[in-house]
Design a protein around this ligand. Structure first.
Ligand code: NAP
Length: 360
């Protein structure tokens, strides 16, 4: 509850409209942080922007706004994804698979997308049985615009809307030794490395950054339709970025970390521009620390799961372990359902950023 301010503590607006040319003379219910108050309000150039943002963020569900009964605080209300339509890219392994399980076992219909059909089919066969939701595999290379177009057409022919888009697919290509005892050694490590090429940088960037832009903008109409069919649930985009885009260490892969930093800023820009246009679509990102996946473990087993020995991260992460399925599941359910979260990056890293440092 916001603090109750005595009415007299709100000072009357004393400026005359003639004193400032852009002042409106009308009186209206002004948006105030502590609740509505009737005041004369200036119509400044900044206001249309604020009003658009308010329209965008006012997605309180009818159930929550009518009363405060305790039933509204039940987990299945707060984190309700039952019947929601979700699309997750890169969901044949790793974090995408964790998110798929989190949503589908709680009743969402989840389209899983990747380039390798057999991986996706195995996920659908193993994890799609006896659950309240569904897992539906679709192949697509999300780094190609025409394939994204085809994917949008396919989903549009099956669904009225898309509630949750998890742009999760990503790649990391080359690692380098950054530690050196001289400028010559450092230059040789980083510049002379034959695998560190302009092409490698652009390939990494292509999959990790513009893909988020094209997927989000292509699916906007379907995402915007989500609130019309789901009791005001605003469509949500979750970009999988990384703590690698936040920490100052290169972690031995400059190109990957630079791409993830770009992905975090892209998340903010998309959230902002979408809100500016008054569209009810939220854009956030999850920035995982280390989680077992094909990217971090180099392989996955017959169930498409990967493993990292706990001891490997005992001294590297305050949590003294890598992330687990349930850590990611918690985060995805929160990001998908919290109607008041927009333009944010949520780090789920066992405290890694605390130890690695993100500041200058
Ligand atoms: N695991 C971690 O510790 C960690 C930490 C921070 C951030 N992340 C991010 O998490 C995301 C998922 O990675 P992960 O760690 O779970 O690794 P992963 O197991 O290798 O999963 C990545 C998935 O993306 C798919 N993919 C790659 N390029 C694609 C494309 N062009 N089109 C469609 N699908 C594509 C891959 O499947 P196909 O090859 O079959 O297409 C693969 O299933 C990535 O964005 C990664 O940067 C991971």
């Amino acid at each position: 509850m916001p603090p109750k301010l005595p009415l007299r503590s709100i000072k009357p607006f004393r400026l005359q409209s003639s004193q400032i040319p852009y002042l409106s003379t009308s009186t209206r219910k002004a948006p105030c942080f502590y609740g509505p108050v009737r005041v004369r309000v200036p119509v400044t150039p900044a206001q249309p922007r604020l009003l658009k943002l308010q329209n965008h963020l006012s997605t309180t569900t009818t159930a929550m706004s009518q009363n405060n009964n305790n039933a509204d605080f039940k987990l299945d209300k707060l984190f309700d994804v039952k019947g929601k339509v979700a699309l997750i890219t890169g969901s044949g392994s790793g974090i995408g698979l964790m998110a798929t399980q989190a949503l589908a076992t709680n009743g969402a219909r989840v389209y899983i997308v990747g380039r390798t059909e057999e991986k996706l089919q195995r996920v659908a066969d193993i994890y799609g049985k006896d659950i309240p939701g569904e897992i539906i595999p679709l192949t697509c290379d999300v780094s190609k615009k025409d394939e994204i177009k085809r994917l949008v057409a396919d989903i549009s022919s099956r669904e009225r809307c898309l509630c949750i888009l998890f742009n999760n697919a990503g790649i990391s290509l080359n690692t380098q030794q950054t530690e050196a005892r001289s400028a010559e050694e450092m230059s040789a490590n980083l510049f002379d490395d034959p695998d560190e090429t302009f092409e490698m940088w652009t390939d990494t960037y292509r999959t990790n950054v513009p893909q988020l832009f094209f997927m989000t903008t292509a699916f906007l109409p379907l995402l915007e339709a989500a609130h019309k069919h789901n009791d005001n649930f605003s469509g949500v985009v979750i970009n999988n970025t990384s703590i690698s885009g936040i920490v100052k260490t290169s972690q031995h892969h400059f190109a990957y970390n630079a791409s993830k930093a770009a992905a975090i800023h892209l998340t903010r820009m998309l959230a902002n521009e979408i809100a500016q246009n008054g569209l009810r679509v939220r854009v956030n990102s999850v920035a995982p620390g280390v989680f077992p996946s094909e990217m971090t473990a180099g392989e996955s087993d017959e169930k498409q799961k990967s493993h990292i020995p706990r001891e490997k991260y005992e001294s590297k992460v305050p949590a003294a372990r890598p992330g687990e399925d349930r850590d990611m599941a918690n985060a995805i359910l929160f990001l998908a359902t919290c109607q008041y979260l927009n333009g944010q990056t949520v780090a789920v890293d066992g405290g890694y950023i605390l130890s690695a440092g993100s500041g200058p």
